[in-house]
Design a protein around this ligand. Structure first.
Ligand code: TYM
Length: 331
């Protein structure tokens, strides 16, 4: 069976950008890629590359596990697990560092953006893409569904895999990214020139999946647009409206052209009201399922099953790589 692999950092409550760029896509892919097994995980090792409060992190790990399932992922053909519970991820990251150049890591735009915001930058933040490459290569992923901002990390993963394959013929599967057509980069509602992010200090910049309905409506009604008052898609000159149209398209699975046609004679007010209702209705069943899951023991059972399944594959792969490299004793 072929594998699909992806992860999300538990660095804050999941917002609609992360949902549309990743989880909604995972759910759709689970229905269309029936001959693939899904290894989806909570990237807690990635989260600590920037200091985190211990209790808050633990709460976010559990919350993210429940969100994954509440969004509609089915248990069959799915191993859902916590990254730090599989030691092979850290081990593989180190081995991959031995095949990654400083210059490659220095070119990563996410590193440059994140480093700029830190008073002191951990070396783990710098080597973060090698941990991510390991996450993917451990499972011989065929596809990696991600949002637009992870494209560069995926390209690096492919380069590293090809480099290693050159030396140890076809040891790793070279993964392909799967990026959604609409919704791969949802922007902040407060500043549509920056990405909507879990870690933005301004809560008005995002809609979190667990937000109350009235908060969701408020955030959308007060989202930054422009003063022209005409509805059409223009990302450069009307980034706020373009972002809201993208949100609508991604939630409804509709093209931007269809949305433009439906709203060309309508006001921003009507458009925003419709969008708010659409988002509230879409998130309602997710919130309900989340409330059930977070209270049940089911979550732990699923994470334990995922840990066992992922561990089996990942441990075997890293041991094989150790062996290829001549590490340890010959067995
Ligand atoms: P993270 O936790 O920042 O985001 C998780 C996923 O959500 C997508 N995403 C978005 N998509 C559209 N609009 C947005 N505003 C938005 N914000 C986030 C991201 O592209 C991502 O797909 N390094 C990764 C986690 C990771 C991973 C992996 C992913 C670790 N190992 C292996 C795939 C495979 C990250 O920080 O994602």
């Amino acid at each position: 069976m072929k594998h699909i692999v992806s992860g999300i950092q538990p660095t804050g409550s999941i917002n609609i950008g992360t949902y549309l760029g990743s989880i909604k896509n995972f759910v759709a892919l689970q229905n269309s890629y029936k001959d693939h097994h899904f290894y989806l995980f909570i990237a807690d090792l990635h989260a600590i590359t920037i200091p985190k409060d211990r209790l808050k992190l633990r709460k976010m790990i559990k919350e993210l596990a429940a969100i994954y399932l509440a969004c509609g992922l089915k248990e069959e053909r799915l191993s859902l697990f916590i990254q730090s519970e599989i030691p092979a991820h850290s081990q593989m990251s180190y081995l991959i560092q031995c095949f990654t150049y400083m210059g490659e890591l220095e070119r990563m735009t996410q590193y440059k953006d994140k480093a700029q915001k830190q008073a002191s930058v951990s070396s783990a933040l710098f080597t973060y893409p090698t941990l991510m490459a390991g996450d993917i290569l451990l499972y011989d992923a065929e596809y990696v569904p991600v949002g637009d901002d992870q494209k560069q990390h995926l390209e690096l993963t492919r380069d590293i895999a090809q480099r290693i394959n050159h030396r140890f013929e076809d040891f790793f599967k070279v993964p392909k990214p799967l990026i959604p057509k609409v919704g791969a980069r949802i922007m902040s509602l407060a500043d549509p020139t920056v990405k909507m992010s879990k870690s933005d200090a301004n809560v008005k910049s995002r809609i979190e999946l667990l937000d109350d309905d009235n908060i969701i409506r408020k955030r959308i009604m007060s989202a930054v647009t422009d003063s022209e008052g005409k509805i059409y898609y223009d990302k450069v000159n009307k980034p706020g409206l373009a972002n809201l149209m993208t949100l609508m398209g991604a939630v409804k699975n509709e093209s931007l052209a269809a949305i433009e046609a439906a709203y060309q004679d309508k006001t921003y007010q009507t458009f925003k009201e419709d969008l708010a209702t659409l988002v509230i209705d879409h998130l309602r069943p997710i919130k309900e399922r989340y409330q059930e899951l977070i209270k049940s023991d089911k979550l732990d059972d699923i994470l334990e099953k995922g840990r066992i399944e992922a561990e089996k594959i990942a441990r075997k792969k890293v041991m094989k790589f150790n062996h290829k490299l001549g590490l340890g004793r010959k067995k």
